[in-house]
Design a protein around this ligand. Structure first.
Ligand SMILES: [Zn+2]
Length: 588
């Protein structure tokens, strides 16, 4: 099991233990007649939804409009709309006219229940490629704690609900979107957790299609019986502002928007939270976690100076909300972080806060920048608290997460190299963990000052080309970094594999002169730290070694050198077992 507590993780890491048989397309082919069913033909470009939650019944009711665009090369007569299997379709219309639709269960691990309620909608007319259609939809049902997709592949219930904690209940309501609970319509091919990367791929395709979409929902929170004060309602979108209803309802509805969606997962939370409000952060806690909330807010406040120094002043207030299960995996949606507030350890609170505050200070629509820097901020925090080695150890936990994905790159095609690049990937392991390393390596290469100036100069609205950020960094240094961006950012060339090929030393009048040749057998180049150890001390140097080539460096030492260590852990490598080179006494 991967180090889940330290990462904002996703589910693809669960090992498969048995094979799932899917109910596939027999029903569909009969329903669609002459048209082949392409579940991923339509992009949902706009959601405009009214959402009502009835906590006592655990019910969700949704009415609204969605706009679909045919992004396939063929005309489409059928639209596929999928919602969680615990929800039921009530009506689907176009221009006030009811449309015919067939509903069926569709087994897919994209939803926590392991299945979807799929509607195959016969459209009023064929939608040509690039054509659009607007549908009015209504559906409702319950959302209860359900981890079927995990328990059926052998994960114990208790662990499964730490990941799949979504639910509507009187005490606590938290519902996340695509990839957790299909509480708004989606359209994807079946995802299967028993195949290692399958859910990632399906979800990645969906998110990539939806990145430019907009979502707005009016949210009517539950009215709890005998409740005197309104529960706190939160969402991860840009704004959540109360809308005044005529008659002055006790519980006004709120609006939440994602414009655009980017890679965010729309989510909403309702609970009788207490509030700890500080200048840079608001922490919402369940009544039993008031002390932990104070500690979290305090840890966050202590982290602000470091974050501001690197990423500038905060653009908006960070929000953290408590989760019921104290072992629940954290989750972030836009500006909102959901994490259990039971951790009394201020160091861990500071580590989590560093990530969140980096988001509050710095924004980019590019995940490798936005998330990569938020994780980089966590490494900076650990370095400040406990030194460089602690930061490198922490990054090492992340390396385990993405080095598995990188193995596939070894036999990669040029097309894959581009699709899996940091500027294009939808794989969280790459745009979070790998990107964190990339930022750390850039910092080691260009220096803190140059990188801070880069961040200060960055304007998200001007970032319309993938080369915008690399050019900003390049403008702060005399060094040519194009090779680095090509190997790590524009393409996925896998990881370096560095080792000392040879080392020769000779005695000089003042000590020893050591000539070291470092070989890089990997597909990505790197500037790597080297440590030369000798009796009574050690010397550190840095050496640039391009992909599939060698670099040579000369180092003077005052006593006979005994050992060379290539890479202190700051460069992610495919093989870390060959990094130490002993210098035999007879070589001296
Ligand atoms: Zn983040």
């Amino acid at each position: 099991m991967k180090p889940r507590c330290l990462r904002f993780c996703f589910l693809s890491f669960f090992g498969a233990s048995f094979f799932l048989v899917f109910l596939v397309s027999f029903l569909c082919t009969t329903a669609v007649g002459a048209f082949a069913l392409d579940r991923e033909a339509f992009t949902f470009t706009r959601y405009d939804l009214g959402v009502r939650v009835e906590a006592e019944q655990r019910r969700l009711g949704v009415r609204g409009k969605i706009a679909l665009r045919n992004d396939s090369p063929t005309p489409q007569k059928i639209a596929v709309l999928q919602i969680s299997s615990s929800l039921d379709w009530r009506s689907i219309q176009a221009g006030d006219k009811p449309l015919q639709f067939v509903t069926q269960p569709y087994t897919s691990d994209i939803d926590h229940t392991g299945a979807l309620s799929e509607a195959l909608v016969t459209l009023p007319e064929v939608v040509a490629p690039k054509g659009t259609i607007e549908l009015e939809i209504a559906y409702e049902g319950v959302i209860v704690l359900d981890a079927t997709r995990l328990t059926r592949i052998g994960i114990p219930e208790e662990s499964a609900t730490r990941s799949d904690w979504d639910q509507i209940s009187t005490k606590f309501t938290a519902v996340r979107g695509a990839g957790y609970v299909a509480w708004y319509p989606i359209a994807t091919e079946a995802a299967d957790l028993s195949e290692s990367e399958n859910l990632f791929d399906v979800l990645g395709r969906w998110k990539a299609r939806e990145a430019a979409a907009t979502m707005i929902f009016d949210f009517t929170p539950p009215s709890l019986r005998g409740d005197t004060s309104a529960p706190v309602t939160l969402c991860g979108g840009d704004e959540l502002h109360p809308i005044k209803r005529e008659g002055g309802s006790k519980l006004p509805s709120s609006q939440c928007s994602y414009q655009p969606l980017g890679l965010s997962v729309p989510a909403f939370v309702v609970a009788g939270y207490g509030v700890v409000d500080r200048p840079a952060i608001t922490v919402y806690n369940l009544p039993e976690h008031a002390v932990a909330a104070e500690a979290y807010a305090e840890a966050a406040e202590k982290t602000i100076a470091l974050i501001t120094e690197w990423f500038g002043p905060s653009r908006r207030k960070a929000e953290t909300a408590d989760l019921v299960d104290s072992n629940a995996a954290p989750f972030e949606s836009g500006s909102l972080l959901l994490t259990p507030l039971t951790v009394a350890d201020a160091k861990l609170a500071g580590l989590v806060a560093a990530h969140q505050l980096a988001h509050a200070s710095f924004y980019s629509s590019r995940p490798w920048i936005d998330e990569g820097l938020a994780h980089f901020a966590q490494a900076l925090y650990l370095e400040q608290q406990r030194g460089r080695q602690t930061a490198l150890d922490y990054m090492g936990l992340h390396r385990a997460a993405f080095s598995e994905a990188e193995k596939q790159t070894a036999a990669s095609t040029p097309e894959n190299e581009v699709n899996r690049s940091l500027v294009k990937t939808t794989n969280e392991e790459l745009y979070r963990s790998k990107a964190m390393y990339v930022w750390w390596m850039l910092r080691d290469m260009v220096g803190d000052r140059a990188l801070k100036k880069t961040f200060a100069a960055y304007r998200p609205e001007q970032d319309i080309d993938p080369s915008y950020m690399p050019h900003l960094i390049q403008s702060q240094t005399q060094r040519d970094l194009e090779w680095f961006f090509n190997d790590w950012v524009y393409r996925d060339r896998g990881l370096p594999d560095l080792k000392v090929e040879s080392a020769f030393s000779r005695k000089t009048t003042s000590g020893y002169l050591l000539t070291i040749t470092v070989e890089n057998r990997g597909g990505a180049g790197a500037e790597v730290p080297l440590t030369v150890k000798f009796a009574g001390g050690e010397i550190g140097r840095r050496l640039e070694v391009r992909a599939k080539s060698k670099g040579v460096i000369r180092v003077e030492t005052s006593a006979a050198p005994v050992e060379i260590v290539v890479n202190d852990g700051s460069v992610p490598e495919s093989n870390l077992a060959n990094n130490t080179f002993k210098i035999e006494p007879e070589q001296k």
